[in-house]
Design a protein around this ligand. Sequence first.
Ligand code: GTR
Length: 331
Amino acid sequence: MKKLHVLLPALLILAMLIVVLPGCDKEEGQVFRMADNHPDGYPTVLGNLAFADYVREHTNGRINIQVYNNSVLGQERETIEMTQTGAIHFIRVGINPLTVLNPQLNALGMPFLFRDRAHKFRVLDGPIGDEIRAMLIPQNLYGLCWYDAGFRNFYNSQREIRTPADLQGMRIRVQESALMMDMVRLLGASPTPMAYGEIYTAIQNGIVEGAENNWPSYITAGHYEVASFFTENQHMASPEMILVNTSTWNSFSEEDKAIIYAGAAEGARVEREEWLKAEQEYEATARASGNTITTLTPEERQLFVDALAPLYDQPAYAELADIIQRIRAVE
Ligand code: GTR
């Protein structure tokens, strides 16, 4: 009996642990999946992690967003579709592949539209950005915040590009977006849509000669290894965003929605800060690699602006005149 006296507290503790241990599982809260196609350390991934951490902390672990980056849940288009069905709950995605769902989103990808980064974020963080975030609700996607993705530029494996004439006849990989195809066609090149994850091999095997993207993607996806000519022509500054499946969103209480919304703002703050660092770091990597990095003269850059200006008058984009005009009017 004496022994039992000694043993009882120990048994009690053991029993408590057994009860508490599955409770630890419960502490994992409700698990949600978030997709991103970029690797560890990429600015968007760091933003996503800051978002998930904020939400986990502020809900005491009840809402646990797990970030699956590196395309482990699929290529961008598949993961957008999975977020629409709710198989994935959150996604970080660029604006261009979303334009098939609502062509109004093309407004943000129009060439040479934003005057600079500050103008872009005044538009995105203001009423126009709010309006666009809500545009995909009929497609089961709701935008929570805006991420930076810098400027997109052309690069290729063949020759230096200084003017649109240098792009003539070149096969250029584009995102699966009509706007991207029309833009590349206007420059006299031949657009080839394909998934991001296929570009490296496609350039390496000569299926396409080039692609276009920002500094961080050029380096982290390894494209700089197979496309050594990079021209900083900055034809578009389409942003990126975090989207949530609308049923998932509607399942949250108003209080939790406010936390998730604040968490997305924190994710965006971190991403935009990391973006500026990454741009500098990866530009330096590109320059140090011995690749041909071309900075255009204002006259050369103007040739790209002029070549793409007719896009604004094509019927598909003329429909965007109102929103484009409002974007331009933002001080
Ligand atoms: C990157 C973007 C990716 C993907 C990629 C592409 O800049 O962050 O989400 O859209 O471009 O060209 O497919």
